[in-house]
Design a protein around this ligand. Sequence first.
Ligand code: LLP
Length: 438
Amino acid sequence: MNYRDTMNINAAGHLQIGGADCVELAEKYGTPLYVMDEEYIRSVCRAFKSTIEETYGSGNMAYASKAFSCKAIYNVMKEEGACIDVVSGGEIFTAASVGFDMGKAFFHGNNKTDGELELAMRAGVGTIVVDASDDAERIDAFARRFGKVQDVLVRVNPGVEAHTHSYIQTAKVDSKFGFSVKSGAATEAIKDVLSRKNLRFTGLHCHIGSQIFDRSAFALAVDVMTDYIAQLGALGISVDTLDLGGGFGVHYTEEDPKYNVKEYCEYVSLLTRTLCDCVERKGIKKPYFVIEPGRAVVGEAGITLYTVGAVKDIPGVRKYVAIDGGMTDNIRPALYEAKYEAVLANRAAEEAQEVVTIAGKCCESGDIIIKDIALPRAKRGDLLAVFTTGAYCYSMASNYNRNAVPPVVFVRGGKSGYAIRPQTYEDIARLDEIPQTE
Ligand code: LLP
């Protein structure tokens, strides 16, 4: 079970996170409820940042805000001195609205709209990542209109693809992201950038996958990318920044390693050591180093609290324990067959007695949050805590069945407060109109 440093069972037998009793949180805020441990988020940020500074020198982490985006998280990143990765006008708008220094933002996307590029210019986004054949032309035109020279990275596809515990090296060109290094498309894209007056080519970006524990995949990406930097050097093209993307894995179930903050430091220092070694061996200029973790920063910081409702026992087949949320607040099991662990937060010290399936409340058979989990005998009114829901759950939530998206509270040192207030039915229906079509 994923009891991290800041999660434990208190004397009442209740799950506690960041010093706050989950039963009290549920009473105060209702369920379903996303709870994020702010101290854990900050400690992972500090670990990534300080490891880069101490083991490499010039670089930073850019929090990939697609994992969890709201004003409170951009405010944390502002206070921690981190950069951010944004991928839409909505993320740019939200970050800028809390006074985040947008000079420290990297704007990604395989199809940035005109409206988004305009917003990026107005907000002063520091770096835009070129990731489409006409990106350079379009960004250059916007920069000219705004009377500026825009820093850009070029996203390349290094042909390294990583998954949780393995990686493959491919010459795969079939991806909607990035310019292939192998095919020569990347070099063409860079030359295109260099030919434009209102763009400044600052370096390269790649992203090899998500939920990666195989460190050799990252090491290989560093090797391929520095080979490419050396190749570009021979063409007289200088690379100032190397952004290796995100992908650091988190613990969902016993199938995954369980890293503490110190182990994330070791993970990152392996990358910086590999990079230092490659820089020296290949005689290239030491680039400014960026990584873009999303899931690792917020994933394990979050839990979701639900109230148990109907229990349906089909003897000899399966016992369903239904909760007051489901695929609307966590689409990942339905979408990716993602696996989770959970406990009864109000009876956290009790031994498991039976294996059940946790069913969501949506009108869809696939709305199953956990298949086959051992729990104490759950009954209506019990409180279920699902672990590691901080990344890609709130950010991918929906109003399917017109269910409200649950609120998010941050906890820290026993105190709690809303990061995102509850959505009401009025909120859900607020933009609805009866069209006058006659
Ligand atoms: N940088 C780039 C360019 C990315 O495309 C991504 C993730 C990241 C950074 C952050 O990756 P992370 O450190 O969070 O693994 N919805 C999926 C995950 C999609 C990730 C897409 N890109 C999920 O729920 O697993």
